[in-house]
Design a protein around this ligand. Sequence first.
Ligand SMILES: C=CC1=C(C)c2cc3[nH]c(cc4nc(cc5[nH]c(cc1n2)c(C)c5CCC(=O)O)C(CCC(=O)O)=C4C)c(C)c3C=C
Ligand SMILES: [Fe+2]
Ligand SMILES: [Fe+2]
Length: 332
Amino acid sequence: MIPADHPAVPVPAIGVLVVNLGTPDAPTPSAVRRYLAEFLSDRRVVELPPILWQPILRGAVLTTRPRKSAHAYSQVWREDGSPLAAITRAQALALAPLFPPGGIVDHAMRYGKPAIAERIAALREKGCDRILIAPLYPQYCAATTATANDAVFAALARMRWQPAIRTLPPYHDDPAYIAALAASIETGLAALDFTPDVILASFHGMPQRTLEQGDPYHCHCQKTARLLRDALGRDLRIAFQSRFGAAKWLGPATDATLAALPGEGVRRVAVVAPGFSADCLETLEEVAIRGRETFLHAGGSDFAYLPCLNDSPDGIEMLRIVLARQLEGWLP
Ligand SMILES: C=CC1=C(C)c2cc3[nH]c(cc4nc(cc5[nH]c(cc1n2)c(C)c5CCC(=O)O)C(CCC(=O)O)=C4C)c(C)c3C=C
Ligand SMILES: [Fe+2]
Ligand SMILES: [Fe+2]
């Protein structure tokens, strides 16, 4: 018998916490400023000593970028909010019924809301004494995967009764991921009214220095592209987008590539973004809107942006396979 004054003991459950980057609450300069202040103060993202970086961030960056980025966000904002927030929510909802009784799926954002610490506490309240943390980045990167896991462990540091934790390894070369991407690209290509001369795979960029320091991100992107070439049975060019700051970034740059392709005789292009598990500002505004303008302005005739896996049935089935593998021994 549990004594009447004993703290409640919930029925044990298994949690899955899907995590993505985070996004502003509104497409306004003040909301974007709050978001960027948190994001760009993360030392995993900008690896400069705070004494050097914070004056630049608080001075130049946060006084100019929020207005420009808010305008960009307003071009892709949906009725249900930021695309990244809406799609991540939809992914968690679609995954929820796919795990046996005792499996509880939730989602969180590394920056902004819903916060990682808050959702871990909520899962713990529901009885989850084991939680799989799933940062939805197929390619491992310290600036994305590692910082999401850091935030989890920082939250655990404040808990008396910690849940056991597993973290999702990168899935950049997982056959289920490659097959889902290949199927989605084939479907996207079949729906076009033109045949692209080139398929361009655009990954988010990173400072070149991180490659030299041992971050596997660049290799993971290259391997995804190679496996995708094999799966599609055709060539695929690779480029890196969203350059930020003054340092040298991984190349070739997506915008420069789109500007140069017509000069190489490429008139029709299809762009895919396999490194993003959900469409977001970087794919919908930077690639699908500005990338298109760049390519057509340089003399291209046809441009298509093919969407990310998002919460498509194939995308959700891929995530189910990848997550279920990590739950072995925890869930039947
Ligand atoms: C998919 C992997 C990502 C990596 C790697 C990455 C690295 C990285 N990003 C910045 C700076 C910014 N990124 C921004 C937006 C953004 N970045 C990712 C993903 C990766 N970033 C996503 C999914 C998003 C979209 C968020 C959304 O709300 O839709 C932004 C904010 C937008 C803007 O003002 O341009 C910045 C800034 C750095 C510095 C970096 C690596 C060091
Ligand atoms: Fe980014
Ligand atoms: Fe490499």
